[in-house]
Design a protein around this ligand. Structure first.
Ligand code: AFP
Length: 370
């Protein structure tokens, strides 16, 4: 080897050593920032919690881990979106609901399906990006009991401008016979039948938040070790917050009760915070309290957001953290019986005190004409 090549090799090893040392040091910071104890990774937490599940066969554990892996892969692409030619609209054009599919939407959808296919713990998926349900071929003789629904990249119209986006997922136990393919009815279950639900927020840091119906926990991705680490244990939503979250640009298109409530928020000096990426807004509300509204508008008389893979999983998380989620007919979101895969819903979700406050406005004003 020439002296020149020798030098390069030795410089490279020094750089690798330095990077490793820095990673270890950063990791130490994270240790002390979390709880002062050793780090608990998502995988470890899921395995430890397995005994809490009603059907503790390891299948659900496997599914959550598959979603965790997909989240890391999606995170990698989201983070370099500005560097490569992956931002912008996909060649496939519009998805079934008429939204322009973004390239990263398509990528995230593919990765989630791929990861869920690998372990064979999921028998079928439904996604915002697919018109129909997609049966997954069984792995060997494995008979899977679960179906997974997701919005692979919610808020994707924000990608090109570097605003946080998120993945939302919901897991149900199938109702059809395990020996045949899953059916649409397996997905059209009320939200209160969810076995698990969660989101991944690709923000200033990447965080995965999930529930299996026994509280809500958040795991922040430590890029130096490539692991989601427990950072938000047993999240509890404050009874009342200081912000409201709504697209106030539609004010004149909202019904009277919504306009009155928005006026009330302004009178109370609540701050207006609306990111246009629901996962980000809900994450803030879970931590700081507040209320998020997406009522009917003239354009979306039934509301804009999707019941099955946006409203239901986020409602389960918020309720599990002590919050409330209803539609503008005052029905608990988790009790709505779905009739369509891509059904839309109105939603009022957040701190219990604020949802109750809005409920009083609906009860008082909704009978009045616009
Ligand atoms: P996109 O995924 O098309 O960006 O929609 C995001 C979203 O479903 C939700 O995350 C936002 O809160 C909401 O729509 C924003 O909708 P408006 O632009 O109508 O306020």
């Amino acid at each position: 080897m020439t002296p020149f090549l020798n030098q390069i090799q030795s410089e490279t090893s020094t750089t690798i050593m330095a990077t490793a040392k820095k990673a270890a040091a950063d990791n130490g910071v994270l240790h002390s920032q979390t709880s002062g104890n050793r780090i608990i990774t998502l995988d470890e937490f899921i395995i430890r919690s397995e005994k809490d599940f009603d059907y503790a066969t390891g299948e659900l554990t496997g599914l959550l881990r598959d979603i965790g892996v997909a989240a890391k892969i999606i995170n990698r692409e989201v983070n370099k979106a500005g560097l490569v030619n992956i931002v912008g609209e996909a060649d496939s054009g519009e998805n079934h609901s008429g939204d322009m599919q973004q390239k990263l939407d398509v990528y995230a959808n593919e990765k989630l399906i791929e990861c869920l296919q690998n372990s064979g713990e999921c028998c079928a998926i439904a996604s915002e990006e697919n018109t129909d349900i997609l049966n997954i071929p069984p792995v060997g003789s494995k008979k899977s009991h679960y179906v997974v629904m997701f919005d692979p990249l919610d808020g994707s119209s924000n990608i090109d401008v570097n605003v946080s986006v998120g993945t939302i997922f919901a897991i149900y136990r199938r109702e059809s016979d395990v020996s045949g393919p899953a059916t649409k009815a397996d997905f059209l279950q009320a939200g209160n039948k969810q076995i698990a639900a969660g989101y991944v927020l690709y923000g200033t840091s990447t965080i995965l938040v999930y529930t299996t119906g026994r509280g809500v926990n958040g795991f922040t991705l430590d890029p130096s070790i490539g692991e989601f680490c427990l950072s938000h244990r047993n999240m509890r939503i404050p009874e009342h917050g200081q912000t409201y979250s709504v697209n106030q640009g539609y004010y004149s298109k909202f019904d009277l009760e919504m306009r009155r409530y928005i006026d009330h928020c302004s009178d109370q000096n609540y701050g207006l915070r609306y990111i246009g990426s629901m996962v980000s807004d809900i994450h803030r509300i879970l931590i700081q309290g507040g209320i998020f509204l997406y009522p009917s508008t003239r354009k979306y008389p039934k509301g804009k957001l999707r019941l099955l893979y946006e409203c239901n999983p986020l409602s389960l998380l918020v309720e599990q953290a002590g919050g409330k989620a209803i539609n503008t007919q005052l029905k608990r979101i988790l009790e709505v019986e779905p009739t369509e895969l891509h059904q839309r819903s109105t939603i009022v979700i957040g701190s219990p005190g604020m949802v109750d406050e809005l409920k009083a406005f609906i009860e008082r004003y909704s009978a009045l004409p616009l």
